[in-house]
Ligand binder design. Structure first.
Ligand code: AN7
Length: 386
């Protein structure tokens, strides 16, 4: 497996030195090739972000995540190149950190003392972490019993007030919208425009590391913020002359929560991918625009397809991503089987969150542990040795 992140990114960026220095990035370590430690996402991409002199450049090490080549999957899909964007390597284990650092920085700039969000889990973990880092208050509203254990543990240990609502994510978002509209609390769901601004940096990174945009960007779709962000990022980079073309955006909803594909809100969204249990995506229309403007598609993947891809990523590539993330790979496998992938295609699959977020699913679908007596011969026997 090729791993392209820090050092390769630096050399790719160095090859593109003229563009980089014109853009005022010449002092940035990723361009100069110096050690990447301590890079700040908001500073690095500031010319593309709503960063002003007054914006505090907070950070917890978000962004600059690895883009790794997945040879086994590539063969199975039958494309030229298949890359995985490992967003689980962000500090709270998901892509939400990119948007949250931007949203909290702007909230601080505006003097906010509290933030609030509804969440299927990862947004709550990120909101809680960045609020703690910024020493402001966080309130997160989740659907009771519906979020993965790791995410709940994160929100709690970072010190957020966690409200477990007797309702769905969509109910939680409606309540958060109302409360933040009439109280001095900043909403940090992706209806906050700064969230999408921060998240678009992942599209910049893919382009920087590959030297151009991919042909296809495959991504899970829940509330539809991330597909919107990537599309914004790819368009801005193209406009700035950093890339020569735009990718087709391939979004994948879980079949039991497929409002966009079915063109109707889903009252009780259900899927094994708890992060995607969203029945009325906030960025619905923008996701449709990303799909149509890019000549892409939004399709569904079933729970069995998601879990197959989840296991394939772990066993076949050594990459542990949460089930929601595996939707991008499941979707590419599905479309490859339908003859939609060309042998020349260069594909990036976004793996949005870390597998450790939801350890129970892994235990449910993986092989069992092998119990053994405390005896070397017995252990050997169990391993079919001797
Ligand atoms: C791992 O945390 O909506 O389409 O409240 O956690 O931008 O919503 C999470 C969504 C994909 C979908 N993968 O992204 C939340 C939340 C993972 C996620 C999505 C989510 P969007």
């Amino acid at each position: 497996m090729d791993v392209r992140h820090d050092t390769t990114a630096a050399s790719v960026a160095a090859e593109n030195a003229p563009a980089a220095s014109e853009a005022g990035l010449k002092d940035d370590p990723i361009v100069s090739g110096a050690a990447p430690a301590g890079r700040n996402l908001l500073a690095h991409y500031r010319e593309f972000l709503p960063v002003t002199e007054q914006t505090p450049l907070i950070g917890r090490g978000e962004g600059f995540t690895p883009l790794v080549r997945a040879h086994a999957l590539e063969k199975r899909v039958g494309c030229a190149e298949l890359w995985l964007k490992l967003e689980g390597c962000n500090p709270t284990g998901s892509f939400k950190d990119r948007g949250m650092v931007m949203a909290v920085a702007k909230a601080l700039e505006e003097g906010a003392e509290a933030i609030m969000c509804a969440s299927t889990g990862n947004t709550s973990a990120a909101a809680a972490a960045y609020a703690a880092a910024a020493q402001i208050k966080a309130v997160v509203v989740v659907s009771a019993g519906k979020i993965a254990l790791g995410k709940l543990a994160q929100a709690l240990i970072y010190g957020a007030v966690v409200i477990a609502l007797d309702g769905t994510f969509d109910d939680a978002l409606r309540i958060v919208r109302e409360i933040t509209a009439r109280n001095p609390i900043t909403v940090v769901n992706s209806i906050n425009p700064y969230r999408l601004q921060g998240q678009k940096t992942a599209a910049f990174e893919c382009s920087d590391v590959l030297g151009d945009a991919p042909d296809i960007l495959a991504i899970p779709v829940g509330n539809a913020g991330n597909i919107t962000s990537y599309w914004m990022g790819f368009r801005e980079y193209r406009r700035a002359g950093r890339t020569t073309h735009l990718p087709r955006m391939w979004g994948f909803e879980a079949a039991g929560a497929a409002a966009i594909v079915e063109n109707r809100p889903i009252e009780n969204p259900d899927t094994v991918a708890s992060a995607l249990r969203i029945g009325n995506p906030a960025n619905w229309q923008r996701a449709v625009r990303a799909r149509d403007e890019s000549g892409g598609l939004i399709d569904t993947v079933s729970d069995p397809e998601i879990l197959d891809a989840y296991k394939l990523l772990a066993e076949g590539e050594g990459v542990f991503a949460e089930p929601a993330s595996a939707a991008s790979v499941a979707g590419v496998l599905k479309l490859a089987a339908a003859g939609e992938v060309k042998p020349t295609d260069r594909i990036v699959c976004v793996l949005t969150g870390h597998g450790l977020k939801d350890p129970q699913i892994a235990l449910d679908v993986a092989r069992d542990v092998v119990p053994a007596p405390n005896d070397v011969r017995e252990v050997e026997k169990l391993l079919d040795l001797r």
